[in-house]
Every structure is written in C-alpha cells, then in structure tokens.
Design a protein around this ligand. Structure first.
Ligand SMILES: [Zn+2]
Length: 165
C-alpha cells in the first residue's frame, strides 16, 4: 500500500469501516510511514473533538426497532433486479447466430441453384453432342454406302470391259 491508497482510506479506517485485509495493510503502512501516521493521528483527533463538542442523541428504542424492521422488509421484498447487461449479450449472441444461420442458408441455396443450372446446361450440351454424333455417324454410313456402290459400279464397269476383251 502506498501513501495515496492509505490517504484515501484513513478516515474509513479511523471509523472502523475497512475490511480486515485493508486494515492490516494500513497498519503496516502507518508503522513504516511517518507522514501517514501523522495524518492518521489528525483524523483521530478531529473525530474526538467532534464527539466532544457535538451532542449525541441516541435513537429511541422504538425508532431503532422500526428502522430495523423496515430494513429487513425492504431487503426481503426487494424485487429481483433485471440484468440488462446479460440480456443485451443474449440478444447480441442470438442476433449473431441468426445472421450466421441466414448466411449459411443463403450460401447453400445459392450453391444448389448454381449447381442445378450447371447440370442443366451440361445435360443440354450432352444431348446436342449426342445428336451431332448421330448425324456424323449417319453421314459416315452414307459415305461408306456411297463408296461401296461407286466401287461396285467401278468394278462392274471394269469386269464388263474385261469381258468385252
Ligand atoms: Zn504513507
């Protein structure tokens, strides 16, 4: 404990309003610090002067009991205070969770739609390629048949020429 900390607690210490740990820290500081020990003696002297000069009127026992009863009832009847800080964090957490969920849902749906369109495009392309391949195969067969018939015609012509000889 330093002088500033001791200085703020000297009046409370003189009135017996500090806890045991603070009291021991102040006592230890006062044993090692003459300036604070002098301030403490001043506080004690002022308290003694006030007690000596100001009349003291003790509260009547009935008033004392009424005050104690009111304090006890007030303590028992005190409604539980809401915890706004905790509620705010609950709302923030819920909002953040809802935002994350909405983002994930949008991402999943968007990806599914894009994949679906991509598959649809691939299917259309596959059908188009299939038709082109069929047309190409038909064309090749036609050429093959054409070549066969032209070869047959050439062969027949050659055979006929040979037969004439
Ligand atoms: Zn000091």
């Amino acid at each position: 404990m330093n002088c500033n900390e001791a200085g703020t607690l000297l009046a409370q210490y003189a009135d017996g309003e500090v806890d045991n740990l603070q009291g021991r820290s102040i006592e230890q500081h006062l044993r090692g610090c003459g300036a604070c020990a002098t301030k403490h003696e001043g506080v004690l002297a002022r308290g003694a002067q006030i007690r000596a000069k100001v009349p003291y009127f003790p509260a009547p026992p009935a008033l004392r009991e009424r005050v104690r009863a009111l304090l006890a009832n007030a303590h028992d009847a005190a409604p539980a205070r809401p915890r706004p800080e905790r509620d705010r964090w609950r709302w923030l957490t819920g909002g953040a969770l809802a935002g994350c969920t909405a983002t994930m849902l949008a991402w999943t749906l968007g990806t599914a739609v894009i994949t679906w369109h991509a598959n649809e495009d691939v299917a259309v392309e596959a059908v188009a390629i299939h038709h082109r391949v069929d047309a190409l195969v038909d064309l090749r067969r036609l050429r093959h048949l054409t070549m066969k018939s032209s070869a047959r015609a050439t062969a027949s012509t050659a055979i006929a020429k040979l037969a004439d000889c």
